[in-house]
Design a protein. Structure first.
Ligand SMILES: [Zn+2]
Length: 171
């Protein structure tokens, strides 16, 4: 399963690329939504209850039809929730259409360097019966490269805050 740093960094970068400068505070404030779907780890329907396409779609519809003035907030929320589902789909599978249909949809696309320096490319996708092996199969929340990535980004954030602070001081 993609760990939390991947879940945080990927949509964050995507949103930074497409967003207007004035939306950056919403992007940062709503960031925790990128890992919220994993709360269903505590439910019996892990990777189903909050890992389906209907939750981000609901946010999107609310943004377009109900809370038009707050559309940006709903759009950003939807991106965070959808990116989590997509990343998990590439990392084992999710019950994409839960509760209508509880097969797990998965994509397995990897490029691996073999022992003889040969490249092994895998592309496989489809659906299989729902299982909860995820609950016990993968215990970590952040693996070591992921933690390194978060430290790196955190330092960049500290650097940016410091630069802004210096700018304020010398006004
Ligand atoms: Zn997840």
């Amino acid at each position: 399963m993609p760990d939390w740093p991947m879940h945080l960094i990927v949509p964050l970068l995507a949103l930074f690329i497409v967003s207007k400068k004035e939306d950056i505070r919403y992007i940062l404030l709503l960031l925790p939504l990128a890992v919220v779907p994993d709360i269903d780890t505590f439910a019996t329907q892990h990777r189903a209850l909050l890992h389906n396409i209907f939750i981000p779609l609901t946010f999107l519809l609310f943004g377009f039809l109900v809370f038009k003035g707050k559309r940006t907030i709903f759009m950003i929320s939807s991106v965070y929730l959808a990116s989590h589902v997509v990343l998990d789909m590439f990392g084992g599978g999710v019950a994409l259409l839960y509760p209508l249909y509880d097969e797990m949809t998965y994509v397995n696309a990897s490029l691996v360097m073999g022992r003889a320096n040969d490249l092994i490319w895998t592309l496989d996708f489809g659906s299989r019966t729902y299982d909860t092996g995820w609950k016990t199969g993968y215990g970590f929340i952040s693996d070591s490269p992921g933690t390194g990535a978060m430290v790196f980004l955190f330092l960049a954030g500290v650097g940016m805050a410091y630069r802004n602070w210096i700018k304020e001081e010398h006004k």
